[in-house]
Design a protein around this ligand. Sequence first.
Ligand SMILES: *Cc1c(COP(=O)(O)O)cnc(C)c1O
Length: 370
Amino acid sequence: MIPVASPVLSGMEKAYVAECIDSTWISSAGKFIGKFEAAFAALCGSEYAVACNNGTTALHLALAAVGIGPGDEVIVPTLTYIATANAVRYCGATPVFADSEPDTLNVDPTDVKRKITERTKAIIPVHLYGHPADMTALMNIADEHGLTVIEDAAEAHGAEVDGRRVGSIGHMGVFSFFGNKIVTTGEGGAVTTDDPDLAARLRLLRGQGMDPKRRYWFPEVGYNYRMTNIAAAIGLAQLEQFDAFVARRDEIGALYDEHLADVEGLALPIQRPDARRVHWLYTISVEDFTDAQRDQLIEALHTDGVETRPVFYPLHVMPPYLEETRYPVAEHRGATGISLPTHVGLSDHDIHEVCEKLMRHLAIVRAVQA
Ligand SMILES: *Cc1c(COP(=O)(O)O)cnc(C)c1O
């Protein structure tokens, strides 16, 4: 089976983890945490990175740091991973959905603008599958209305807009280091920012709200969202290989482009002129398929040894967020999209095999339907 994602841990991961164990620094103090935070901030071109235990808690910390609470609205794309909206709910605030752009799958700034009310406090653009959201338009809208922008960059480590790395463009950036992301720590996350006060708030909230100048004095309710030294050790080793990871993912994207360019009815991933995308998951859309046909294709590929995954179901069709409102672009892309295997461990031959099988089963599903 060719997996859709798989971590590569062939650098210093094992040696650094062994160092944690040999030194007994296995909990959330130890030298790797600071090193990982500094290296990750540098990678993003941000002043600060605050590491935490996953991407979802990173989102929660970012929202809590700016005081998002009951009565507040936060605009998020409906086409995203559920964590983006769940974190808003954790704060007692309301996620307000916006539709997507058909080419990048990212939130449509025009629809974001339409959704602003007097209760709107923040926008969370998501850089879906590695292509940055239209940050220029979104920052303009946010400036005009005095809104906080938290980039959900969980899928886009190293992507850029006009030469600026994602995570350093909004007021804060949020990353995940789950096992299938471009950089992994097993489970892990981080919030990036250039603002020293926000960085201090994030650290305070991450560590149970403890006063940094007075041990075991808690002036407010915080969380235990700390990253372990072991996770940071894995992450530091991953960051040492980051350029090679992104370069190999670029090659994989180019190979898919080459093999699939002439296949009728497929929409392939694009790259806007002002953007530098990364390939987290190479995601295509079978434009004329129904969701049932798309699911048949995924099933046939699975039986034939290729794991793929459907594009996210839009959040407004999920029970906790159900709405009558239609979001036509997100619904269409959610129904027709498929993410193909994309990870550093894949050979050129693997990509060739995935494409051959994809084309074969695409033709069969089409023929059955006709
Ligand atoms: C992975 C992901 C997250 C959450 O990360 P976890 O580390 O799994 O909690 C948030 N948003 C998006 C868009 C993601 O892909």
